[in-house]
Design a protein around this ligand. Structure first.
Ligand code: 6R9
Length: 661
């Protein structure tokens, strides 16, 4: 384990608080202690039950798991199921057509609600429109949309007809979009003119235009939602307005069952190398785990809860806990387009009060931002409707966890009243690759601990192992692994199955290596300690050091670059780059600004380094490996650690000197 992980481990060892669920909560809790027992006694039997409980199958399955082609799993393989039918039509057939599926709130304050029957009609129209473009089962559709209902509608319309969606986060650049469109050979791109950010229009369509400007792509149609009304360039050959083709399409569309192992989506995520990986998820197993965990982790009572997951659909959290699980479970959810500070820093709390949100699922970076803004803001709203609070995306530090509990989870109205029992907090560990929650407390069972995701969800087996793959004892740290295949697991990397095997299954024999450090406390509960590889976590978003380094060295000014994630109070980590220049910049040119803009254009604004330090040398070992650990010390303003393995031991002094110039 690296030095940083050992020190985090020491800090966390002092955290001993635990909060048992209240008697009232336990009495009505959906997730039960017996589930752990049942799953332990018969893991496959447990998932078989869940599969029939949460989904309606067109064709029932006879085999739960086929692991004969390990590490590629097949779950419920001879079953057939339609994701959109399960998310929509069946609820309408069951008399829930008038229940609100989505309360949408636009950033400018416009609102729209879709009942289950309205959403079903909208998805059927989109499915018909996509089919009219010639999109068929197995074709790929790239989605480059803001957080508006059409994003969910598009994803579900793809799922309905068996097309594979690939959502590209709207904050990614034209280049990033193009490389994903090319990798998946997408036939259709669904986008919008633009969206709103802090009261100003923010465009999307120009990035699509730029992405497709060069020939050689596979796109035949670009479907454009009118959202912010900005002017757009129109390509007569490709572009169609959503309003012209979807809103006018028929609301009749019959869903057929797709094989459980039919791919549902590809989602690109950063790995340890420069090239993002297209993570493949299939239909049956993914939906089963998504729906079961959504029900149990959040104690979902679909008839009365109002669920709000604040994640963008560009990330896996938005896939699983915005588009799929809440709708499969027949819940009512809130979807918000904009930022938390527009028109003021109380926007989220106002949304919660207005819609009576009962379950809030967000990221530690957001919580730490709210802490910075001060408790007076949430204190002035009525948050009494909240009953479960979730966290995801990065380790949540105990201070943020306690603030979440005391300020948000105890709020019982704007008069400073406190709830007798603060809401439980569920810290959920999982990854794009795992598809759904893997480690999380059950709010009606587990005594929760500030800063710990604690225990695997029922039916999942995780472990912490040492360097040799041997399970560590309680009180010890090591690497997080998953021992048994699970329904929501990735089925591979798009176009590169060898990389799948190498990345996840080669570090430890027969175990899935997650890339995270973890420790078991004296009770055996799991505490996540952050990545142990070259993946950074900025505001809960995964960024690869290598990817940003490649972008920097692609700029003509840069000879060499090293990127590290430096600890940051709000965003968890911040990108810090060290670069060696190969040309003298023009007189008066701000190289740092130029390079930041370059990375922003290449990958997207979130990848822009917070700091870029121009240095004369980089610290390397004799084998030429950059010692990022030392650069991290510099970036975090610490005394530089052990540098004895450096090929040139004057390098760190040179770097220090160059910084003081
Ligand atoms: C869902 C999601 C996955 C990486 C993962 C880990 C970090 C996520 C966490 C957490 C500690 C939690 N991570 N949840 N670390 N505690 N509750 O975030 O997926 O974008 O693929 O990121 O995020 O490092 O390996 P993804």
């Amino acid at each position: 384990m690296s030095d940083t992980h050992t020190s985090t481990l020491d800090n966390l060892s002092h955290e001993t608080r635990a909060f048992a669920p209240s008697v009232e909560f336990v009495a009505t809790a959906v997730g039960k202690a017996e589930q752990y027992e049942a799953a332990k006694a018969d893991r496959l039997g447990y998932w078989e039950d869940q599969a029939r409980k949460v989904l309606t199958w067109d064709t029932d399955f006879t085999e739960v798991l086929d692991w004969s082609q390990a590490p590629v799993a097949k779950w419920f393989a001879d079953g057939k199921v339609n994701a959109a039918y399960n998310a929509l039509d069946r609820h309408v057939e069951n008399g829930l057509g008038d229940r609100v599926a989505i309360h949408f709130e636009g950033e400018p304050g416009d609102t729209r609600s879709y009942t289950y029957s309205q959403l079903t009609d909208a998805v059927k129209q989109a499915a018909n429109a996509f089919e009219s473009f010639g999109i068929a089962k197995g074709d790929r559709v790239a989605i480059y949309l803001p957080m508006i209902p059409e994003a969910v509608i598009t994803m579900l319309a793809c799922a309905r007809i068996g097309a594979i969606h690939s959502v590209v986060f709207g904050g990614f650049s034209a280049d990033a979009l193009r490389s994903r469109v090319d990798d998946a050979e997408a036939k259709l791109v669904v986008t919008a003119d633009g969206t709103w950010r802090r009261g100003k229009p923010s465009s999307l369509k120009p990035a699509v235009d730029e992405a497709l400007a060069k020939d050689g792509h596979t796109v035949q149609n670009v479907l454009v939602v009118k959202r912010n009304g900005q002017d757009v360039n129109w390509n007569e050959k490709l572009d169609k307005w959503w309003g012209d083709v979807v809103d006018t399409a028929s609301t009749e569309h019959t869903a057929v069952g797709h094989e459980a192992e039919h791919p549902l989506f590809v989602l690109y995520t950063s790995g340890t190398t420069g090239k993002p990986k297209g993570i493949i998820h299939t239909t049956g197993g993914y939906l089963v785990q998504a729906a079961a965990t959504h029900r149990d982790t959040f104690d979902l009572h679909p008839e009365s809860d109002v669920f709000w997951c604040t994640a963008d659909i560009g990330w896996v959290t938005g896939h699983t806990y915005v588009t799929y699980a809440p709708l499969i479970n027949g819940a009512t959810q809130v979807m918000y387009e904009g930022t938390p500070d527009f028109p003021n820093q109380g926007r989220w709390w106002e949304i919660i009060a207005n819609y009576g949100v009962t379950v809030l699922y967000t990221a530690p970076t957001a919580i730490r931002t709210f802490m910075k803004w001060g408790r007076a803001i949430p204190d002035s709203y009525d948050l009494s409707s909240l009953r479960v609070l979730g966290s995801v995306g990065e380790p949540i530090n105990p201070e943020a966890w306690m603030w979440y509990r005391e300020v948000i989870g105890s709020n019982n109205g704007p008069n400073g009243e406190k709830k007798e029992h603060p809401t439980p907090i569920v810290d959920t560990w999982w990854q794009t690759e795992t598809g759904a929650h893997m480690i999380a407390p059950l709010p009606g069972v587990t005594s929760t601990k500030p800063g710990s995701a604690q225990c695997p969800v029922p039916g999942i087996t995780v472990d912490v192992v040492d360097d040799m793959g041997v399970s560590v004892g309680n009180g010890e740290g090591g690497f997080l692994v998953i021992r048994d295949p699970w329904p929501g697991m990735l089925r591979g990397i798009w176009g590169d199955m060898n990389r799948y095997q190498e990345t996840y299954w080669s570090r430890f024999e027969g175990m899935y290596f997650a890339g995270d450090g973890a420790k078991k406390d004296t009770d055996g509960d799991i505490w996540l300690l952050g990545r142990v590889d070259d993946v950074m976590n900025v505001s809960g978003h995964r960024l690869s050091t290598t990817e940003i380094e490649s972008s920097l060295v692609a700029h003509p000014y840069v000879a060499e670059a090293a990127v590290v994630g430096a600890k940051d109070e709000t965003t968890g980590e911040a990108v810090v780059a060290f670069v060696i220049l190969q040309v003298e910049p023009e007189e008066g040119e701000d190289v740092v600004a130029t390079l930041r803009a370059h990375v922003g254009k290449d990958i997207g604004p979130i990848a822009k380094p917070r700091h870029i330090l121009v240095v004369p040398e980089l610290p390397k070992t004799r084998s030429g490996k950059i010692m990022r650990r030392l650069l991290k010390d510099v970036a975090e303003g610490r005394e530089v650690g052990d540098a004895t393995t450096l090929a040139d031991n004057t390098v760190m002094t040179q770097i220090a000197d160059s910084m003081h110039k």
